[in-house]
Design a protein around this ligand. Sequence first.
Ligand code: GLA
Length: 702
Amino acid sequence: MGAAAGGSAGDRSSSAGSNRGAHRGALDRSLPTARRGILYGGDWNPEQWGPEVWDEDIALMRRAQVNLVTVGVFSWALLEPAPGVHSWAWLDDVLDRLARAGIAADLATATASPPAWLSRAHPEMLPVTREGATLWPGARQHYCPSSPVYREAALTLVEALARRYGDHPALEMWHVGNEYGCHVAACYCDVSAARFRAWLADRYGDVAALNQAWGTAFWSQAYHSFDEILPPRLAPTLSNPTQVLDFARFSSDELLGCYLAERQVLESLTPTVPVTTNFMGLFRPVDYWRFAPHVDIVADDSYPDPADPLAYVRAAMVGDLMRSLGDGAPWMLMEQAPSAVNWRPRNARKPPGMMRSLSLQAVGRGADGICFFQWRAARAGAEKFHSAMVPHAGAASRTFEEVTALGEELGRLREVVGTSVDASVAILLDWSSWWALEQPSHPDSTLELRAILESWYEPLYRSHVPVDFVSPAGPLGRYRVLLAPNLYLVAAEHAKRLADFVATGGTLVVGPFSGIVDQDDHVPAGPYPAAFREVLGLEVEELAPLADGEVVALTGPLAGSAGSASGWQEVIHLRGAEVLARYATGPLVGMPAVTTRSWGTGQALYVGCGLDAPTLEAVLARAWQGAGVRPLAEAPGSVGVSRRGRFCFYVNTDAAPVEVELAGSPTLVTGGELEEAAGGRVVLRLPGHGAAVVDAGGGEQS
Ligand code: GLA
């Protein structure tokens, strides 16, 4: 397929491969969406109440058109009060009630919070921090991911659950664990240390290869046996960066291992029930490219801060990532807050409309499920001030009214289910690079990948250019343009894939401090950036971050007279590239800041500085122009636009009303007002935080 395999540029035009997701075995385990349409519901914790509240809960769920609830996430201690002793009666009753009401259960394996008896008998299963502190029970997730005691006890419970409920009519999906790595992303205990050594022996074969990869000639760190190696525990000063990197890889694999062990039990006992777990968006500790092929539907928990002006943009970016993790297949929003969360220092509520608009935005970016944490607000515990579909105020509340209205509206979007999103642009994302980038002792140790990605994503969102994420090892040939806002670490085979992508007609845009180190976090011979020197047609002699607040002016065909850079500069020498912007002031005056090079039949652009937003937009616009990328719509930047099949989604991210002019003869599916204006124009009016879904008809884009 596509450029990487030598196809023509025409191969790049669509990302809607028909067999997307098929590799995950999803076809064997049909998802509840097939019969229920868009999944709608939330985490239901009936164990916190008695049956009289369950009756009301079920009645209210039906009123809100809830069709799926996640049950039992934190119920291990109640389900198994003593080792091997089970107390099923309450869960039997809950699942029976759900089945009678026609509501599906996404039944949790309940392994996210082990019971007190387990850690009392086996304190060695408790996690230990880098500093050597033990994390005790009394909250949740107090387990070492590598602990055989934890894993065995968890699998015993999972097996008992699968045997008891595998044939229950309410069971339509398994929810394994909960938010793997959320609180304990890595454990530094002795058990983990032994597993880390085994992982390293498997990766390197012998200790000489490890010494080479870790560069242990530095600071007398050479190892003579794997037995000498420890996790990167608290040390007098900077730990070995490759040790830290490998420990991040190992820790991510261990969390995946916990999930896979449970999945295996479920697959063998209930082979037709789909299995998932909830991801946490752009979550650094877990490499979701490795994880996602093992879930039957990618599920995400999304909690943008309602007080953040970029809430919609950030949530959209994560939605695009979730779709991409599932290879373009529909995903589900497993958890979001109906209004406020409890865990920020000050927790803003979602203003009227925002919950609905964020939900429709998620659907527009590929979600076939919209669920919440949580169904009913808790009366006790650390999350009692977290919002819920049924808040403390009860059903006679704004929140429940909005919840009910959304349930009705999603029911009308059934035809959207299963449709895909087409993007000809993708952002490159690699977890190893992320782990290596955000380590100390760099020219600028304040660089954060999330912020960098957001600064490149925002102009895409505001100019309505649909975008996927892709791993450097992924299907690059689907795209016309690849963006690498930062790819600090690039393995040699990935560098080759990216060069081939350009050579065969693709456009690659690379951001600063990219291609600097190899997969072992070593700087290869020669000037920076070894991975991209040739394709970009330049050499970087020095990395030269600017002081805080220092801004330098740019000039040249792209920057005009207003462009500027801050934060980062590099001393760039051209080796075939042309200059698009140069420094007009500052220490590097006259030197290149932004470049472009034709390579094969493609184009490689380089941004060698911290560009101001308008100039970055100009760079991207140039990339679109050269590659024939067209935006989805001519809409104001405050409106988020996405498209699934013939359905277009418009989201007003602002508190003020807005108008969007639409092309063609669209019809309104839900939300907003569509009006024929003068000159045959069609205008969509959205209130503040409003959203609409429009049927654009045939192939024409709005
Ligand atoms: C996550 C967890 C939930 C709950 C919420 C609170 O989504 O999965 O159990 O703690 O956060 O926002």
